[in-house]
Design a protein around this ligand. Sequence first.
Ligand SMILES: Cc1cc2nc3c(=O)[nH]c(=O)nc-3n(C[C@H](O)[C@H](O)[C@H](O)COP(=O)(O)OP(=O)(O)OC[C@H]3O[C@@H](n4cnc5c(N)ncnc54)[C@H](O)[C@@H]3O)c2cc1C
Length: 440
Amino acid sequence: MENRKVIIVGAGIGGLAAGYWLCQRGYEVEILEASDHPGGRMLTLERKGDRIDVGAQFYHSDYRYAYELMDAVNLSGEKRTITGKFQFRLGNGSTTIYDHRVPYMKMLGLRGNLKLYGFILKYIFLRHRFPMYRIVEDHPEYDNVEILDLFKGPKDKPLRDFLVTVMSMGENMGLPEWMSLYHFIHTFRLSTFTNFIALTRGTASLPEELAKRLPVQYDAPVRQLVMDKGRVVGVQMEHGGTVKRAGHVVVAVAPSSAARIMPDELEEQRRFFDAVIYSPFPMPIFYLDRPLRKDIWCYFNDPALRKTFQFAVNGQAKVPEMVPSGKAILSAWSGYPMTLDLIDLPDDMLIRRAQEDVDLMLPGFSGWVEEVKVVRHPYAIARYPVGAYRKVLDFQKEASKLNGVSFVSDLFGGCYLEAAMWSAARAVSRVCGWGGTANI
Ligand SMILES: Cc1cc2nc3c(=O)[nH]c(=O)nc-3n(C[C@H](O)[C@H](O)[C@H](O)COP(=O)(O)OP(=O)(O)OC[C@H]3O[C@@H](n4cnc5c(N)ncnc54)[C@H](O)[C@@H]3O)c2cc1C
């Protein structure tokens, strides 16, 4: 590339990772960020010295790029494996504890566990294992099947509730009705066979540290990509409409934002981004006046009840170093499609809805609340219904033919942090032929 200037739109982990690797390779990088802080969907909230993750919650232990970047910014010493367990409060009022590292789920009974082992044997061990955190292979036999079709018998109800629904809500912020078998296998592999890793200053300390080392401009929203003779040559800024030119532009924003900055020449790309179904996500945070059990970091309602808020995460039990007061901080989690109705509710109504459901998980909880805050993610995570992986593959094939532009998104690898970083590595290899993206 003759012009060695690269503009990156978006200072989420994808844009920052791309910026870091390009700077290392001697490119002149300018990162344009619409908001006043780095990290995008990775965010930490602070109150009286206590901190809590209110965006991405943890890294999976099999991530690769995330740990390389942590090493690069001296964060490796701050990694902590989340050791706590999950507690389910069942419809009959009893509770049961679940540890995802124990290979027997009591709630499924013997039949359910045997069927689960059969699933693991068939789809994980005996068939071709596709790569994780990157959508690079077409498997219509997985992509064109809904996960619930595999567990539709009356006796499969415990599997539908405690395996498929819990995994879909916990890892993908939505009910499983819209999930393909392909995406479920992806999700299942990472949540069953990896550990959850947090950082003692919050998951967002990785983008924060990267941003300190990079030329990021804040409050600098991009209005549109600029094209000339069929090639992307720069961006037009929202404020003042000025045009910044570059040899390459990396678009590293969530799909709905990407759709908005596509020029007419990239109508096909705009239509793709616009069609992505996603969960918005309002998150109420309850600061309690007391600690809760240290060995439980996640409280679930009985998934069969299909409550609006299905689980709550205790930030204090998850990463005690982040909460010096020692008091519990609970974030309440809902998912698609319920969040479509919740996202625009006024705070007081949202909090009331969450409080009712968390009270079921933890009777008495309402009386322990000191303060409540609300964080809203207009765009949280993409859904992967039947056929979604095929659409991602088709998009990537066409996008690779475009000149002067690359697209970075977690969408291209299942919506995890590592997927955003893998996609960034791929964009960097497009710009400069870097071999950091093995296996593509
Ligand atoms: C509540 C929640 C929990 C999650 N938990 C986990 C988890 O535990 N583990 C995990 O692996 N993943 C998790 N994820 C997913 C993870 O956060 C995302 O995969 C990842 O952060 C996406 O990074 P990104 O850089 O692709 O996009 P983003 O983080 O969305 O960054 C895009 C950036 O672009 C900026 N931008 C948008 N439009 C413009 C514009 N026009 N001009 C300039 N800048 C613009 C935005 O302000 C933003 O900063 C979670 C997500 C959410 C919402």
